[in-house]
Design a protein around this ligand. Structure first.
Ligand code: NDP
Length: 247
């Protein structure tokens, strides 16, 4: 392992899967930038939990769906740690609805955060990581991006788009020591899925071979592996963390 203290940016690190990822990276000894959109107190709590693991952590409010937000996030990260070794594109939203009722605004909002946000941050990361000749980019896709889902045309398109983004990044950055991979979670117990009606949750449960919902930590362990130095020969992959749902 190198002597360098690695620095990681986790978008949407205030809650849910993003928080678990922050903690898993901190447990590996990385300094962490906890990005969030509006939940300042939750982001501070994540950062405090990271510091308990003996690393440095800062919080940065920034909307990753716009260029200015991505710019501010990377400026704060490099000011704090002088480098960015790991980018985890985790920030995501849903605006579900059947296609006939889905508004243009709902489509654009989901694509802007989930896909364009990942692109904007990956672009900033690529510049730094190519110079460093080292980097790990991990994007959180979804089983829905692999299989599609009724009522989630916008979300499924964004998450399938993330897979195309990752594979292209992997090819462009491979020769510079930078890897890019996607993690595709199945149904994970977070605020996002707790908002679903009980009947929908039960319907999803019946499709999971392991017959349980995942924990945020299940996803975080996979992300931490792909973000680590030992995963250097793995790039352009989609790792499903879904209790067998997508196979
Ligand atoms: P949560 O709703 O619990 O958390 C979403 C996070 O994203 C929050 O930290 C939120 O910040 C942040 N965020 C939202 N919009 C923006 C933005 N424009 N700029 C910066 N941050 C933003 O989601 P989950 O933890 O459930 O999901 C995390 C990721 O995993 C998402 O990409 C989601 O699509 C994906 N996923 C989740 C699954 C699940 O079952 N939960 C399954 C498959 C994929 P704030 O707290 O400030 O609002």
């Amino acid at each position: 392992m190198s002597e360098i203290t690695r620095a990681a940016i986790v978008t949407g690190g205030s809650r849910g899967i993003g928080r678990a990822v922050c903690l898993a990276l901190a447990a590996q000894g990385m300094n962490v930038v906890v990005n969030y959109a509006g939940s300042a107190a939750a982001a501070e709590e994540t950062a405090a939990l990271c510091r308990e693991k003996g690393v440095e952590a800062i919080t940065v409010q920034a909307d990753v769906s716009c260029e200015a937000g991505a710019e501010a996030l990377f400026a704060a990260a490099t000011a704090a740690f002088g480098r960015v070794d790991v980018l985890v594109n985790n920030a995501g939203i849903t605006r579900d609805g059947l296609i006939l009722r889905m508004s243009e605004e709902d489509f654009d909002a989901v694509l802007s955060t989930n896909l364009k946000g990942a692109f904007l941050c990956a672009k900033k990361a690529a510049r730094l990581m190519m110079k460093q000749r080292y980097g790990r980019i991990v994007c959180i896709s979804s089983v829905v991006g692999v299989r599609g889902n009724a009522g989630q045309a916008n979300y499924a398109a964004s998450k399938a788009g993330v897979i195309g983004l990752v594979k292209s990044l992997a090819k462009e950055l491979a020769s510079r020591g930078v890897t890019a991979n996607a993690v595709a979670p199945g149904f994970i117990d977070t605020d996002m899925t707790r908002a679903l009606p009980e009947a929908v949750r039960e319907g999803i449960l019946s499709q999971i071979p392991q017959a349980r919902f995942g924990e945020a930590a299940d996803v975080a362990h996979a992300v931490a592996f792909l973000s680590g130095e030992n995963a250097g020969y793995i790039t352009g992959q989609v790792l499903c963390v879904d209790g067998g749902m997508a196979m």
